[in-house]
Design a protein around this ligand. Sequence first.
Ligand code: KIV
Ligand code: ZN
Length: 520
Amino acid sequence: MDNQVIIFDTTLRDGEQALNASLSVHEKLQIAQAIERLGVDIMEVGFPVSSPGDFESVQQIAKTVKNSRVCALARAVEADIKACADALKPADQFRIHTFISTSDVHVQQKLKREFSDVEAMAINAVKYARRFTDDVEFSCEDAGRTPIDNLCRMVESAIKAGATTVNIPDTVGYTLPFEFEGIITQLFNRVPNIDQAVISVHCHNDLGLAVANSMAAVQAGARQIECTMNGIGERAGNCSLEEVAMIMKTREALLGVKTNINHQEIARTSKLVSQLCNMPVQLNKAIVGGNAFSHSSGIHQDGMLKASNTYEIMTPESVGIAKTKLNLTSRSGRHVIKHRMESLGYNESDYELEALYADFLALADKKGQVFDDDLEALLFNIKQQDNEDFYRTECLNVQCGGEFSTASIKLVAGDEQTIESATGNGPVDALYRAIKKAVDIDFDIADFKIGNKGEGEDGLGQTDIVVSWQGRKFHGYGLDTDVIEASGQALIHALNSIHRAITISELKKEALVENQESKI
Ligand code: KIV
Ligand code: ZN
């Protein structure tokens, strides 16, 4: 059997669908490019029929990503599959992933159908998807709880209809590793045409077993793992990409399988996903947690000083965590910044040196020493500021202390400038009231957090907010030495995402009207 395990990343589909606030097209593109650099074989980037925004982001990613195959999701219905084909068209090669439930509980309670109807729908969907591409994946949703005879029957029918990958999801994270391994083994033993497709697994983490179940399935012959960066996803999340990738690297001799992942990209991709998705990574998370490579007890520290393999089974460098730290100050030149960025794993093409250097100098003037985390934070911040941003702050002024705070803001909206001021029960409240007066959007703040990015008291203030508008939620963040400034940036960031969403839906409406008029 082939010893290559295909890594199918679904951060931008299963991961994204579980976020409190959806990502903008621009943010999804940033994540897709990082995931491409990570070396995933396939990335599932959305569910195009679900919204115009999802369609647009799948289309943009299909245009941009070249080194990973791009895939989109469809229920087993023709309209969904057609939307995938349309959105994915710009890609050189693409995959359509269609699915339907197969467990008794889903077939009877959710779909309210007979198993044979569901089987017919699956066959039809796979055949229809094959009209657009020869790379079609079919998933048996809730396979982990599907009676094995029905699962074998469905897998055989899907392959016969033309599925080139068949995915066995443990949708509700219910199975145990030996049980899941048994399901995959039975499929290999009982489905006559199984050698005509790649068998994939997609495990959720409700019992904390997503990674263990995925690895057990690989032992039984599965050759594709569906996973997400930092394990984000529905409820307790999905199988974590960085964990399965490092298991297969660290224990390659025992397992005899490998992946195409560029392991040194792991830390950086993890930070980007955590930042843009507003999903902090727990300190003790395997591979990417802040404590994953720190040693606290005296005995462990002593061992580490004598030989690092006493307490480390992999090095931090192997996942892209740089050890060396240069002191960066306002006296550091461009070449030092370039060199530091290189050792953090960034190529020159990943950023604009002049823009980064200008922001670096401004920050160094404010806080003296600039750390690696700060540098990366500046990079995220530059990338977050789209040149086409509709709202821009020209100047803001906040006074606090006493009974209430006051804020005034000069805001540019498109090519119009507005000046507003307001009072509030604190500086951020006053600032947000002033911004609310200056924009045309009726929003509410659904969540607001201020934290520290970087090292101790030298870190930067980071504000993360979730803004709700017309039932949808938008995440915004800002970084600055001044938390009030960071809070202003965070709100403007979210408002720009809302403005983009409004523009996309207006464009879609216009296109629909034009389409209808041309038919009349
Ligand atoms: O968890 C699941 O079953 C899914 C399918 C759509 C593959 O996400
Ligand atoms: Zn899932």
